[in-house]
Design a protein around this ligand. Structure first.
Ligand code: ATP
Ligand code: MG
Length: 411
């Protein structure tokens, strides 16, 4: 036992809560295993000696001391499926009487509070105890009272405040270990990556599509992306911006491939042969078709866009219907009913916003009609398309496609 306590003192422990994964019924072990694997991968860069284990509905991460707690917490909270995480002090309770165990927990709790007094000058506290192990002979409220009393004895400057304490100290008594912790840092929730197939994101350099990619990945979907440019009308810098955005997205969903396709010949053909007000919708239909082809080749089950109903001319209900009619694959639009401010807030939270607003031209703005059709009719659009060698244009665009693997920014 001596050895275990020593080992516990030499490492940092984190309690990870699993959010929706915990509701998965029969499939719960499958999702939990996946989540454990994702957490392991997210911590790989911190070196060896990191342990990630499931135990009765929670995941425990143990790392050698000396690693940055802030970085570990950041990396774990970015793993989809993680509801929250708490750095905790771990106390071995496999041996000893209930009294002795309470004494050990009390000592650890007092030492923990001493640190908070030194670091933050806290003056008041409240203990909230939970006995997950119902075999333990002391009930939760009593555990709270006993540990509270021990803290008062050990830390003379502290007093109890049950309403607005400076520190809410949680004590959790489990089967073989007890835990003392304070904060819960929220994760994004969602489901572990890889639990929901793969989707092809149409990724522009704008604000919306990276957020759309993030939201689908958060539901467990692996992503791959396609970007359209109109080089030389769009610049090399615009492409760099897309790669930069992708790297930020990859911080959450792991490395992925971005396919890049030049749309210029298609845009020129449309401008030359079709009515000006239809340019936008026609271009969008080509984008969708090309994205669908690449999605099929790469095992993606659906397309994902950052469209949002009513936001711009190409995103009216009628335009969305006509856009959808160009492909067979389901098109996911996770932002469809969100408010722009909320999309912007989310972009800021995940860190894509600042890059998205850099002022580089997008292929859609290269041939912008003065008065785009806001209520396109499919029959009319099909008529215009019949003036174009659709298949040839698509094949030519695909033959020039390049593919780039994007690695996470924070390796
Ligand atoms: P975003 O901020 O994502 O660019 P937006 O509000 O500017 O969106 P549009 O430019 O009309 O809207 O694009 C709608 C959606 O079409 C985008 O969210 C994206 O999924 C896709 N899209 C637009 N331009 C491109 C592009 N150049 N390459 C790939 N996909 C694109
Ligand atoms: Mg855009």
């Amino acid at each position: 036992m001596e050895q275990t306590i020593q080992a516990a003192a030499e490492r940092d422990t984190y309690i990870v809560r699993c959010g929706e994964v915990a509701l998965k019924g029969m499939n719960k072990p499958y999702f939990e295993r996946m989540l454990v694997e994702r957490i392991r991968r997210s911590l790989k860069k911190h070196g060896s000696g990191i342990e990630v284990r499931r135990d009765e509905g929670l995941i425990f991460v143990r790392t050698p001391k000396g690693l940055s707690q802030g970085e570990i917490i950041r990396d774990i909270t970015r793993v989809f499926g993680v509801a929250s995480i708490s750095p905790a002090v771990e106390i071995d309770i496999e041996e000893g009487s209930a009294q002795q165990i309470m004494e050990r927990i009390g000592q650890a709790a007092a030492a923990y509070m001493d640190r908070l007094i030194a670091e933050r000058g806290i003056k008041t506290f409240k203990v909230e105890a939970k006995r997950a192990n119902k075999q333990f002979p002391i009930q939760s409220p009593e555990i709270g009272r006993i540990i509270g009393a021990k803290i008062l004895v050990g830390c003379k400057v502290l007093s109890v405040d049950v309403h607005e304490p400076d520190c809410r100290l949680f004590v959790s008594v489990r089967r073989t270990r007890a835990y003392v912790f304070e904060q819960k840092v929220s994760g994004f929730g969602g489901l572990p990556l890889g639990s929901n197939g793969k989707g092809m994101v149409l990724l522009s350099g704008g604000i919306d599509s990276p957020v759309a990619a993030f939201l689908m990945a958060k539901r467990g979907m692996m992503i791959e992306a396609i970007h359209f440019h109109s080089y030389p009308y769009t610049s090399e810098r615009a492409w760099e911006k897309v790669q930069e955005l992708s790297a930020i997205v990859a911080d959450y969903c792991g490395r992925f491939t971005v396919h890049s396709v030049n749309l210029l010949p298609i845009q020129e053909a449309i401008v030359a042969h079709c009515p000006e007000e239809e340019i936008t919708i026609l271009v969008r239909r080509f984008m969708m078709r090309i994205a669908e082809r690449v999605a099929e080749q790469t095992g993606c089950l659906m397309l994902i866009t950052g469209e949002n109903i009513g936001q711009v001319a190409s995103q009216t209900a009628e335009a969305l219907v006509v856009t959808d009619a160009s492909v067979q694959m389901p098109v996911m639009r996770p932002l469809i009913a969100m408010e722009k401010v909320d999309i912007m807030d989310l972009a800021k939270e995940i860190g894509t916003y600042e890059t998205s607003i850099l002022p580089y031209e997008d292929c859609c703005t290269v041939f912008l009609p003065r008065h785009p059709a806001t209520k396109p009719k499919l029959a009319k659009i099909l008529e215009s398309e019949s003036l174009l060698p659709v298949e040839e244009l698509i094949a030519a665009a695909l033959s020039e496609k390049t593919s780039t693997v994007i690695f996470p920014k924070q390796q």
